[in-house]
Ligand binder design. Structure first.
Ligand code: GLU
Length: 448
């Protein structure tokens, strides 16, 4: 088996040698999916996984825009259309200086499995730009988004490819992107998700990724007769995912003690309650400030520059910032400190070595493609509402989100539970369940 996996990975490495994050994502999938393929004749000789690691299409384009001082800026735009076997390409746009082909291909690859797990008919894609929104004025953001969409519009559509947000792309950016698409196409369609509720957006979409991550943690804890109530939770990040993960933990009776951003983390031993969280939301979403400001507002809290929160004592850790933010030594510290559950809100936040340690210690560990799928699932619900030209209530959407997270958990058990020991390998379960649906559709559609 090792030989088969290495043989496959060697091929992928030859073609994508300069794309470390993409290779990392493929390795994790190959190690669990190839043994499954070997046991199931229908997939033999079809090169399914080899087809799945190659984007169906990848576009890269120039984005020119003029900044507030009148200078012409040049950025790079991308859209990776990874797999459309079970539905139109679907996945977010990331605006961050670290964006490149490797990052977007890893995200698009993960998205294929994640979207498959949601039970909704969505293929996988991802896009974005190396544009840095930090410190830019609203007008600069608008001009950049308009320039970006003036090329992207020809590659997407409500039945072709439906982008949404990711790091650096929230409600404000989706608005500007939607406005330019509508102008160029002269069509009001559900071509983007994460829209404002008065113009086609869905209730609960902003909350969905964070809420879903906590619903998933709750499901995992229930398998041990445990729950979130009374637990101490460390959260990284302070953007959309982290904010609503914190909100849901509080609603379920847990205590949140940390948040972070790229400048460092804050720890509040008294707990970040609803009022303090409202302060963070205003700081991050309206003032676009740094998390260090928290300790000026709440002096009993402490700020640690350039550090992640994984050294703090906790029962549950929710990494909600970015890829590879939690490494082997962080995992060791978390385990030494008695952490029993890690539910990933970000995409691939734990390194491969960290995951090995979590699994060896047999704690509850959920990979992002399962635990953070609530965001894109609710995007799928937004698409359904757009097609129906109808809006569901908050409760209707939240109930569907809970049901979807429960379904994903069930599938992880189906494909990831070791019947002898009872241990649930959520990485294996998510990878195989995500793979089966896409692979079966690809087999049915032939070599296209
Ligand atoms: N960027 C989010 C993710 O990683 C959401 C994508 C979407 O809603 O299309 O799943």
């Amino acid at each position: 088996m090792k030989h088969k996996i290495e043989g496959f990975l060697d091929l992928v490495r030859q073609r994508n040698g300069l794309e470390p994050e993409f290779l990392q994502a493929v390795e994790e999938v190959a190690e669990t999916v190839i043994p499954y393929i070997v046991q199931h004749d229908i997939y033999h000789g079809k090169n399914i996984l080899l087809r799945m690691v190659e984007p169906e299409r990848a576009v890269m384009f120039r984005v020119n825009w003029v900044d507030d001082s009148g200078e012409i800026q040049v950025n790079r735009g991308y859209r990776i259309q990874m797999n459309s076997a079970i539905g139109p390409y679907k996945g977010g746009l990331r605006f961050h200086p670290t964006v490149n082909m490797s990052i977007l291909k890893f995200l698009a690859f993960e998205q294929v499995f994640k979207n498959s797990l949601t039970t909704l008919p969505m293929g996988g894609g991802k896009g974005g730009s190396d544009f840095d929104p930090k410190g830019k004025s609203d007008n600069e953001i608008m001009r950049f988004c308009h320039a970006f969409m003036s090329e992207l519009f020809r590659h997407i559509g409500p039945n072709t490819d439906i982008p949404a947000g990711d790091i650096g792309v929230g409600g404000r950016e989706i608005g500007f992107l939607f406005g330019m698409y509508k102008k160029l196409k002269n069509e009001f369609t559900g071509v983007l998700t994460g829209k404002g509720v008065t113009w086609g957006g869905s209730l609960i979409r902003p909350e969905a990724t964070g809420y879903g991550t906590v619903y998933f943690a709750q499901k995992m804890l229930q398998t041990k007769g445990n729950d979130i109530k009374g637990k101490t939770v460390t959260i990284s990040g302070s953007g959309n995912v982290a904010q609503f993960a914190a909100e849901k933990v509080l609603q379920l009776g847990g205590k949140v003690i940390t948040l972070s951003d790229s400048s460092g983390y804050i720890v509040d031993d008294n707990g970040i309650d609803e009022e303090k969280l409202a302060y963070v939301m205003d700081l991050k979403n309206n003032k676009r400030g740094r998390i260090s400001a928290y300790v000026e507002a709440y002096p009993s809290a402490r700020f640690f520059p350039n550090k992640t929160p994984w050294g703090e004592l906790c029962d549950i850790a929710l990494p909600c910032a970015t890829q590879n933010e939690l490494d082997e030594s962080d995992a060791k510290t978390l385990l030494d400190n008695g952490c029993v559950c890690v539910s990933e809100g970000a995409n691939m936040p734990s390194t491969k070595e960290a995951i090995v340690l979590f699994q060896r210690a047999k704690i509850l560990f959920a990979p992002g493609k399962a635990s953070n799928a609530g965001g894109v699932a609710t995007s799928g619900l937004e698409m359904t509402q757009n097609s129906l030209r109808y809006n569901w209530t908050r409760k209707e959407v939240d109930d569907k989100l809970k049901e979807i997270m429960g379904n994903i958990h069930d599938k992880c058990i189906k494909y990831g539970k070791d019947e002898k020991t009872g241990y649930i390998d959520y990485v294996k379960g998510a990878n195989i369940a995500g793979f089966v649906k896409v692979a079966d559709a690809m087999l049915a559609q032939g070599v296209v």
